[in-house]
Design a protein around this ligand. Structure first.
Ligand SMILES: N[C@@H](CCC(=O)N[C@@H](CS)C(=O)NCC(=O)O)C(=O)O
Length: 193
């Protein structure tokens, strides 16, 4: 079996998601650098983003493709609910993170150590939706860890590391309890920079 490679840089939230998924599945992988924005990068990822997965002759770009491949091609704990409705909801949470939370947290909030009130309000509004979900359930998509949690953790960790992460965003007990559960996992610890 060829070694599975994740190409990207450790601080990248999506690269961290891909790596956490490998670790949660028990799939050994290596983190490999990319020649960022060089032609060699374009050959692997036509949109010049990260991560990329390489596994033998298979090359995949886009985190979601990588996530589903690693979860379904390897044994280990399932990271997607088996129930179709629950699975569809999990993908809804992932899509919301990609389209709404990532731009608010990583794109805007994390740009400044002391974010503008507008950026804070947008981040708070978005996180409040996750707070509601995490008040009802221990994990984003229900009772068990799923791909949706492994998207969320790196985004929040990145924003925490790059802003003063003010008190206004801390007043979310469901999110805080979830953070404690995920932050204690070996996959989170092992992918810290
Ligand atoms: N849709 C892509 C987004 C990947 C993405 O935006 N990755 C960031 C790092 S977390 C990146 O490559 N940033 C470099 C850039 O935008 O030039 C995916 O889901 O994999």
């Amino acid at each position: 079996m060829p070694t599975l490679e994740i190409l990207g840089f450790a601080p990248s939230t999506y690269t961290r998601t891909a790596r956490m998924i490998c670790l949660e599945k028990g799939v050994s992988h290596s983190l490999e650098p990319l020649e960022f924005r060089a032609e060699s990068h374009r050959a692997l990822h036509p949109f010049l983003k990260m991560p990329v997965l390489r596994h033998g002759s298979l090359v995949l770009f886009e985190t979601l493709a990588i996530a589903v491949y690693v979860d379904t091609a390897f044994p280990g704990p399932a990271l997607q609910p088996a129930d179709p409705e629950a699975q569809a909801r999990m993908f809804g949470w992932i899509s919301a993170q990609i389209d709404y939370l990532y731009p608010a947290l990583v794109g805007e909030l994390a740009k400044s150590e002391t974010p503008a009130a507008e950026a804070l309000a947008a981040a708070r509004d978005c996180l409040a939706v996750f707070e509601t979900a995490l008040t009802a359930n221990p994990y984003v998509a229900g009772d068990t860890l799923s791909l949706a949690d492994l998207y969320l953790a790196p985004m929040i960790a990145f924003a925490e590391a790059h802003t003063s992460w003010p008190e206004a965003l801390r007043d979310m007990p469901g999110l805080a309890a979830w953070q404690k559960r995920i932050w204690d996992r070996p996959s989170f610890e092992a992918t810290k920079e």
